[in-house]
Unconditional design. Structure first.
Length: 264
């Protein structure tokens, strides 16, 4: 009798357990069709260990200090051919130290032109910026330009020059890249680099970059990136009121002469 009772109790326990498992395995409010473990079941269990919490905090801090996750990039943190980083930054980020950057002079090239000395000419196709010295010569700087869909042409005047500027991603960019900070203070981790020359009332700038591998590439959202030493050099020549002409490509008569050194 005792043995039969034990068997009966065990059978009831197994049936109850099976019924409970089936109830947990189907929750129409979590998944109307098909099986998916309900979230409240997934979240059951032990809280993360102190070591795991410390590792998570360290990873978040490292993300906030990694300019590569911001894209180097002035203006755009993740190139279009890459998946966006699943990183949410705090509203304000520290851009890091602001070391002294010495100006670096680019080569002087032949540049037959009628733009006038002191004019900045940007050759989008050639990924070059020219500062006109005379009707026959110019400084030639290698730059990064807007990627496909983000290039533009026109004439602007420099409206402001700033050293180690703050970076404030516009609303459109933060919409494309959720999780970006509202502001990042100037510094070596800031994608705007050591100097920024603002173009009129537009959102576009000529600025430095701490990500040198993008120079010579079509990588930005419409701004023009330069090596930090080069942008400091340019800012010593071009100030507020300087005319900036952005072209798709240089006229043929200028192209035939540009790129060759004055002495070569």
């Amino acid at each position: 009798m005792i043995k039969s009772t034990a068997i009966l109790v065990a059978a009831v326990a197994v049936a109850a357990s099976s019924a409970w498992d089936q109830a947990l395995a189907f929750h129409p409010f979590d998944q109307p069709s098909g099986y998916q473990m309900p979230k409240w079941i997934e979240q059951r269990g032990k809280p993360p260990s102190r070591a795991a919490q410390t590792a998570t905090a360290a990873k978040q801090k490292a993300n906030a200090q990694n300019p590569a996750l911001l894209g180097a990039e002035d203006d755009e943190p993740a190139p279009q051919n890459q998946k966006p980083q699943a990183v949410k930054f705090p509203k304000q980020l520290d851009g890091g130290p602001q070391p002294a950057i010495s100006p670096s002079s680019p080569p002087t090239v032949r540049f037959s032109n009628s733009y006038g000395a002191g004019t900045v000419v940007i050759d989008t196709a050639g990924k070059s910026l020219f500062y006109v010295l005379s009707s026959t010569t110019a400084y030639k700087y290698p730059i990064s330009v807007g990627r496909v869909g983000f290039t533009w042409t026109g004439t602007e005047k420099i409206s402001r020059v700033a050293s180690w500027p703050d970076w404030r991603p516009p609303a459109e960019m933060r919409e494309r890249q959720p999780g970006l900070p509202e502001v990042m203070t100037g510094g070596i981790r800031n994608p705007l680099g050591a100097k920024a020359l603002y173009l009129g009332n537009s959102l576009y700038r000529i600025h430095g970059t701490n990500d040198v591998k993008t120079i010579g590439q079509a990588a930005s959202s419409g701004c023009f990136r330069m090596l930090n030493g080069h942008v400091v050099h340019l800012a010593g020549l071009a100030g507020v009121g300087t005319t900036v002409k952005v072209l798709n490509k240089l006229p043929s008569n200028v192209v035939s002469a540009s790129g060759k050194g004055v002495n070569g």
